[in-house]
Design a protein around this ligand. Structure first.
Ligand SMILES: [Zn+2]
Length: 173
């Protein structure tokens, strides 16, 4: 399901052609249209959801067996990325986000997306949106391991920073 650049003009339907010197553009081949289509990546928000000392990973319908990932979603008009990520956590898991922190922004070339990732501390009782998701699992933060594509880069940075700056352990030590 990797990204494929569009092949036809969205205005008139004529085939698109490559543009010399501009790999991020396609030009309509119709002489009367010539509209430029931009192949700009689309922003996607992602959340590492921390809930009761675990991270909650989710699984989409039709994903290969055993695959779980971060809560992700697209922005709605006028939303900030952070607002979009909060909304997705609420919609997909039914949880309310308190503190949140930006982890970073990552190119996901295979999907022509830019992933804007947050660490979000969430509270409440998990109510999975089963229309959108097939399941979830809780992973203790110490057991979380990054995967080598997509949102995995954000998980890697999150864990590296956490190891450099461990959170204070209330009531221990
Ligand atoms: Zn056209």
């Amino acid at each position: 399901m990797a990204y494929e650049p569009p092949k036809h003009c969205s205005t008139c339907g004529a085939p698109l052609s490559e543009v010399a010197g501009a790999p991020g553009q396609r030009r309509c081949s119709s002489e009367s249209c010539r509209r430029i289509t931009y192949l700009s990546p689309i922003p996607v928000v992602a959340a590492i959801v921390e809930h009761e000392d675990d991270v909650v990973l989710v699984r989409g319908h039709g994903w290969p067996e055993g695959w779980f990932g971060l809560v992700t979603g697209f922005l709605e008009p006028k939303e900030s990325p952070e607002e979009a990520a909060r909304r997705e956590v609420k919609e997909e898991l039914g949880l309310d986000v308190g503190e949140s922190a930006l982890i970073g922004a990552y190119a996901f070339a295979q999907m022509n997306q830019v992933i804007i990732a947050y660490h979000m501390k969430a509270a409440g009782e998990i109510k999975l949106d089963s229309a959108e998701l097939a399941g979830f699992k809780r992973v203790p933060i110490d057991k979380l391991r990054p995967w080598n594509f997509g949102t995995g880069a954000a998980v890697k940075d999150f864990l590296e920073r956490r190891n450099l700056n461990p959170p204070p352990q209330a009531g221990k030590g």
